[in-house]
Design a protein around this ligand. Structure first.
Ligand code: C2E
Ligand code: CA
Ligand code: CA
Length: 821
């Protein structure tokens, strides 16, 4: 039961079209029902106002019919009264002849009563057909007419004679004086009713109430027999007689049908107990109120036609609305899926849907433009107009797919400009940008073949995709690219020598997918840069260490947070006394999988990314803590050396951060020596100097690390607030065999001493070197010969053992030590 409405409402909810059709059909039906009931109630009202009048008219018609009939009967009686034979029989008082004439005449006109009265209204003779007790029967009838006849000279009435409604007349017989009265009685014929119906379209029922009876009996009616019976049978006389009103319609239910009725007395006297005759004119109210069949049919036809027309019209309208909406929805779906190319449909319409389509279209165009801009930004490098890394990666990926199906090869050449940072720093960023654009042009014009794709991957890094190239031909291109850098570049009146590290990797030889291929080309490039020996083809051997650096930054962060870093100490000893003066703090990474990672595998990377600042702070804090620990163990007055890199020096906040650390751990700055390489200082000498001066003023000792590997002059370094020079181990380790190295070491020591600097030699691997250095008056030594970098607790044990071996008194500095070999 419930399923149908539910299904219907689902259908209506789902489609606007169905709703439009249902709504218009519903409205149409509503209008039709309304107009039908308006017609109905109009008819009803009309009928009820006109029917009483109609019945009144009917009553008059009935009256005149009765009067007419009475007149005819009177005329007939008068004719009899004037009949010669009758009069002569009357004169001769021939009773038989009189009865026979009465009989004949009565029979001729269908009278049921014919009689002669003497001038005093006494019955003289009746028709031969009248029964024996005719005189008795006629007495009340004569009595009824006498009064009227006396006044008017003749009389007529309708009354009940022999149970029948009968019209009676009393006419005088004059010869020429009054000689008697003729009485004629003629029953009302059914013709009266049918005439009545013809004239007025009303029903007529004639009811009689014989003398002495309280109820009515029907004698004649045009109503169906059943209805007539309902009307009359047993109805009390006054109830029927009351069916009379000039304004109001008196209604009676007859066999389920509603009739308007009006009563009319046919008998002149109606007093109770006397015989009476009542005429009832009636009309079916139901019929009068009923919508004529033709009108019903018309309405029905109009409704049916309306339904068809509305259905077709609303289906059409719905289509007109719904179809474009559906196509807009489909278009919006397309936009959602990223198809901004297909224009909207329905733009030619001028209505609201057209507006909607236009709005959608504007949105599509704008989104497409934005999309383009985003793509442009996402895929193109605005400076050089070259594809960027993302675009290049896509291109390589597609090229690999294409090569896979054709079975050909491809290669990626990657290059990174040398000293670009320096160019930027010295000549300015504008110049740097100009140079990058020029390099891009050079690459596009000269270096590469038709169809190769040149891209700028970022910074000073470029890449070229060589489709269909194997390692050999790719190397040829790479060499040509390297060759294009041979000519110095003239820019803004300056001539710049350019160089680049170039590496390449091939598909499928070196990698099977795009990211691997790119990272291998990069590995080859960085290796080529380090070796500075021209373009390099990727080789799995060079990758072993480099590949690991890729995920390094994340791992390094993890390392700091999860305490994987370790502080190692390598002793620094006074050459003259053999006493442990201090130690260099060196970082180790206890990697959960890779084991102990040497600093050369992550420090350079950390320097590149700037993460070294975090590492430096970690190390410094750890060193400060351990310094206090060493103090507690009796190793006091040790100076711990800490390595600073370029990034640290460029950090103007560094002195403040160190200061905060010293304060927090309550350690003196004098307990620390900061080792800085020449190159770190030379990257930005002014800034480095400012930082160094602040550090020195705080009390830190400063040392120039790896001295001898750079090009800076000692005279320049002297201007810095340094205390110490640390000769690079590459000279120290070989000095015992290499006379040149020994010479460099000696002159460095002398020069430093002359400038008032202390000298440290690192890389002391044997006793011979120790002795040589001591003889050269070098101040401090550090090296595997005395001790390798070791964890702090080992360092304590080592110090103790060292002092004992040296015969030193405890751990304090003694006199005249001799090194045990
Ligand atoms: P460096 O500053 O020159 O440190 C001295 C390096 O020489 C250390 O290598 C040390 O183990 C090594 N060494 C010392 N004596 C000898 C010897 O007799 N023979 C030989 N062959 N080597 C010797 P390590 O520990 O591998 O560190 C390498 C470099 O990593 C360091 O060079 C330093 O530049 C950097 N480094 C290490 N720890 C840190 C740190 O915490 N911060 C910074 N910025 N750099 C660090
Ligand atoms: Ca160092
Ligand atoms: Ca060093």
């Amino acid at each position: 039961m419930n399923r149908l409405p539910a299904a219907l409402s689902r259908m209506l909810n789902r489609s606007i079209g169905t709703r439009i059709v249902a709504l218009s059909l519903g409205l149409l039906l509503l209008v039709q029902v309304a107009s039908f009931s308006a017609i109905q109630s109009g008819l009803n009202h009309h009928a009820r106002t006109t029917l009483p009048e109609k019945l009144r008219v009917g009553e008059r018609v009935l009256q005149s019919l009765i009067e007419h009939q009475a007149q005819t009967l009177s005329d007939s009686a008068a004719l009899l009264a004037a009949d010669y034979g009758f009069r002569s029989a009357l004169a001769s008082n021939d009773a038989d002849t009189i009865a026979s004439v009465l009989d004949n005449h009565g029979a001729r006109i269908g009278a049921t009563t014919a009689a002669l009265l003497d001038p005093d209204f006494r019955l003289r003779s009746t028709a031969e057909s009248a029964g024996a007790n005719a005189a008795q029967e006629l007495a009340p009838l004569i009595e009824r007419l006498v009064r009227q006849a006396r006044v008017r000279g003749q009389a007529s009435d309708v009354t009940v004679v022999g149970g029948q409604a009968t019209q009676v007349v009393l006419v005088p017989v004059k010869a020429p004086v009054l000689v008697g009265w003729v009485l004629l009685g003629l029953p009302l014929s059914p013709q009266l009713a049918s005439e009545m119906q013809q004239l007025s379209a009303l029903h007529l029922s004639v009811l009689v109430r014989p003398a002495g009876s309280p109820t009515w009996q029907s004698r004649m009616s045009t109503l169906p027999a059943e209805a007539t019976r309902t009307l009359s049978d047993g109805a009390p006389s006054d109830a029927l007689a009351a069916l009379r009103s000039n304004e109001q319609l008196r209604e009676v239910m007859l066999q389920g049908e509603d009739f308007g009725v009006r009563a009319h007395w046919l008998s002149g006297e109606q007093h109770a107990g006397g015989a009476a005759v009542l005429g009832l004119v009636s009309i079916s109210v139901d019929e009068a109120v009923r919508t004529p069949a033709a009108l019903q049919l018309g309405l029905l036809l109009i409704t049916a036609l309306g339904v068809v027309v509305f259905a077709v019209g609303s289906v059409f309208t719905a289509r007109h609305v719904v179809t474009p909406l559906q196509s807009l929805a489909a278009a919006a779906e397309r936009l959602g899926e990223g198809d901004y190319a297909t224009p909207m449909g329905g733009l030619q319409r001028n209505d609201e849907i057209g507006e909607l389509a236009h709005a959608f279209e504007r949105m599509r165009v704008r989104v497409a433009e934005k999309q383009n801009e985003v793509l442009q930004l996402a895929y193109w490098d605005p400076l050089t107009g070259l594809p960027n890394r993302a675009r290049f990666r896509d291109a390589v990926r597609q090229a690999i797919e294409a090569a896979r199906s054709t079975g050909s090869a491809l290669a990626v050449v990657m290059l990174d400009l040398d000293r670009f940072k320096h160019v930027n720093d010295v000549l300015g960023y504008r110049f740097g940008d100009l140079m990058l654009s020029r390099v891009a042009e050079r690459l596009k014009q000269h270096a590469v073949r038709n169809g190769d794709l040149v891209a700028r991957l970022g910074g000073d890094e470029f890449a070229v995709l060589l489709r269909g190239a194997d390692a050999a031909s790719a190397l040829t291109v790479a060499r040509r690219i390297a060759g294009s850098f041979d000519d110095a570049m003239a820019l803004d009146g300056q001539t710049v020598d350019m160089g680049a590290g170039i590496g390449l990797a091939c598909w499928p030889q070196h990698a099977d997918e795009v990211d691997n291929l790119l990272s291998r080309a990069e590995v080859a490039m960085y290796t080529a840069k380090r070796r500075s020996d021209g373009p390099l083809v990727y080789d799995s051997a060079i990758d072993a260490s480099s590949a690991q650096t890729l995920s390094l930054l994340t791992e390094l962060r993890h390392a700091v947070e999860h305490h994987e870093l370790r502080l190692y100490l390598q002793p620094k000893l006074a050459l003259a006394t053999g006493v442990v003066e201090g130690a260099e703090c060196l970082m180790r990474w206890q990697h959960p999988q890779r084991g102990m990672v040497p600093p050369m595998q992550f420090i350079p990377y950390a320097e590149q990314t700037g993460f070294i600042r975090v590492l430096t702070l970690w190390l410094f804090e750890e060193a400060a803590r351990q310094w206090l620990q060493l103090m507690a163990e009796g190793l006091d007055a040790l100076v711990l050396a800490i390595n600073l890199s370029t990034r640290d020096l460029m950090d103007t906040e560094l002195p403040a951060k160190f200061d905060a650390l010293l304060l927090r751990h309550q350690v003196p700055a004098e307990a620390f020596c900061l080792e800085i390489t020449e190159s770190a200082i030379m990257d930005d000498p002014q800034r480095a100097q400012a930082t160094l001066e602040r550090l020195a003023s705080m009390g830190f000792k400063l040392s120039i690390d790896d001295f001898g590997t750079g090009y800076s002059s000692l005279a320049y370094l002297k201007r810095l607030p340094v205390d110490e020079l640390k000769i690079d181990k590459s000279f120290v380790m070989g000095m015992e065999r290499d006379a040149d190295d020994a010479k460099i070491v000696r002159s460095t020591i002398d020069l430093a001493h002359n400038l008032g600097l202390r000298v440290v030699a690192e890389g002391v691997e044997n006793a011979a070197v120790w002795d040589m250095l001591r003889d050269l008056q070098c101040d401090t030594a550090q090296g595997f010969h005395m001790g390798k970098p070791m964890p702090v607790n080992e360092f304590c044990a080592w110090s103790l053992a060292w002092a004992t071996r040296q015969g030193l008194p405890g751990l304090t500095r003694g006199e005249q030590p001799t090194l045990l070999h």
